[in-house]
Design a binder for this molecule. Structure first.
Ligand code: NAD
Length: 371
């Protein structure tokens, strides 16, 4: 049984601790069934950390994250901390972790599970069997480029400006993640930019093309303009396998893609960084895409599946535990197929359950699958 993998849990605020609790039960089950045991640590982040020691993430927590083999993050934020300034908000926790761990490749799968086919606003025929992965560059581009600011012009008008910048290195490393993922999937990458109107987009296209020829000649590469990609995602999303794109376009396209599945509480994500040459460990953080859901926090009705499927991604990408990852995903599909639903994905004829009954049902299903 694989052991001694260091796993840091950061539940955060709102529904974060509620859904993380269900992951802990699965971790306990894995240990009981002798499938895997982890060296577990848990820490405060977000509003909970601000309340405890004044900042959204402490230096000690960052150090612990760097020592861990993988970090599982819940969600942060809530109305209680909304009045704090920009430099001391709960969200600083995730931004700090991304920066300190150098997490530059954000993986956002969009998968439509058969039992949730009707949750999408698109026709079932368009989304049935959808399984695509968006790889978004997440530490560069226009959100970080310099110069940026707001200036006052001689005529008294104001002018706001931001700069899209990408270097060869930044493009290559995120594209490499996409190509490597594609090799484990359908072996196809669509690189998305606006090479027709942006110099940074033109460079992006040239660098991705050269990298593919040099290191990934076996992977089928195509290019698409970002506006066309948005349209194609709604028209025929199943044409895609892996999409790789910049921070800005990835932000928009991954939100669009997540809504193809129609269920925010279900969706996992991962953010990967470089491999540390001394430890051989790849920095990685996993989190559901939903936030702290203050409107339902404390009521025991949150959907734990986004958090649980993030844990499955962690097992697959950080710990190479494909069998366990696939088993958790199958358990989630089977439980939904049996007609159990949390309120956010409730459908006519299904039975509505809360967070902990959903968690228990997953454990029962895992027990069956492992038999
Ligand atoms: P949200 O994702 O928290 O909630 C949006 C809607 O989805 C709400 O109606 C909520 O009840 C529902 N929802 C979310 N997760 C759910 C789950 N697991 N089960 C069932 N329903 C679920 O987004 P928001 O309302 O825009 O933001 C709330 C807070 O979360 C804010 O403080 C925001 O800054 C923060 N936030 C944090 C993260 C993060 O930690 N990475 C991400 C997004 C938002």
């Amino acid at each position: 049984m694989p052991a001694n993998k260091k796993l840091l849990l950061l539940p955060g605020d709102g529904v974060g601790p509620e859904v993380m609790h269900e992951v802990r039960r699965v971790i306990d089950w894995m240990a009981r069934r002798r499938r895997a045991s982890f060296e577990l640590a848990e820490d405060l982040v977000g509003g909970a950390a601000i309340d405890a020691h004044g900042s959204a993430i402490s230096a000690a927590t960052v150090a612990r994250a760097k020592e861990a083999d993988a970090v599982l993050f819940g969600s942060v934020g809530g109305p209680k901390w909304d009045t704090l300034g920009f430099d001391n908000r709960p969200e600083i926790a995730i931004l700090t972790l991304r920066r300190e761990l150098g997490l530059y490749a954000n993986l956002r799968p969009a998968i439509v599970l058969d039992p949730l086919l009707d949750a999408s606003t698109l026709k079932p025929d368009v989304v049935r069997g959808l399984d695509l992965m968006i790889v978004r560059e997440s530490t560069g581009g226009i959100y970080f480029g310099e110069p940026r600011g707001v200036e006052t012009l001689p005529d008294g008008q104001q002018r706001g400006f931001n700069t899209e910048t990408y270097t060869t290195h930044e493009i290559e490393r995120v594209a490499r993640v996409a190509f490597e993922l594609a090799r484990k999937r359908q072996n196809r990458v669509t690189s998305v930019e606006k090479a027709n109107v942006m110099e940074s987009g033109l460079l992006w296209r040239q660098v991705v093309t050269a990298l593919a020829a040099r290191e990934f000649p076996d992977v089928t590469l195509s290019h698409m303009y970002a506006d066309n990609c948005a349209m194609q995602l709604v028209r025929n999303p199943r044409q895609f396998d892996v999409i790789v794109t910049s921070n800005l376009f990835g932000d928009l396209l991954s939100d669009l893609a997540s809504m193809l599945t129609g269920s925010l509480g279900m969706l996992p994500s991962a953010t990967l960084g470089d491999t540390d040459p001394t430890t051989g460990r790849r920095y990685a953080l996993y989190e559901p895409i939903h936030g702290s859901a203050p409107d339902i926090a404390g009521r025991g009705i949150a959907n734990p599946l986004g958090q649980l499927l993030s844990f499955a991604m962690l097992l697959r990408h950080s710990f190479a535990m494909e069998e366990d990852a696939a088993m958790i995903e199958r358990a989630a599909t089977n439980v939904l197929a049996s007609g159990l639903r949390t309120a956010d994905v409730m459908a006519p004829g299904a039975a509505q359950v809360g967070t902990s009954v959903m968690g228990e049902s997953i454990l029962r299903e895992l027990e069956k699958l492992a038999a």
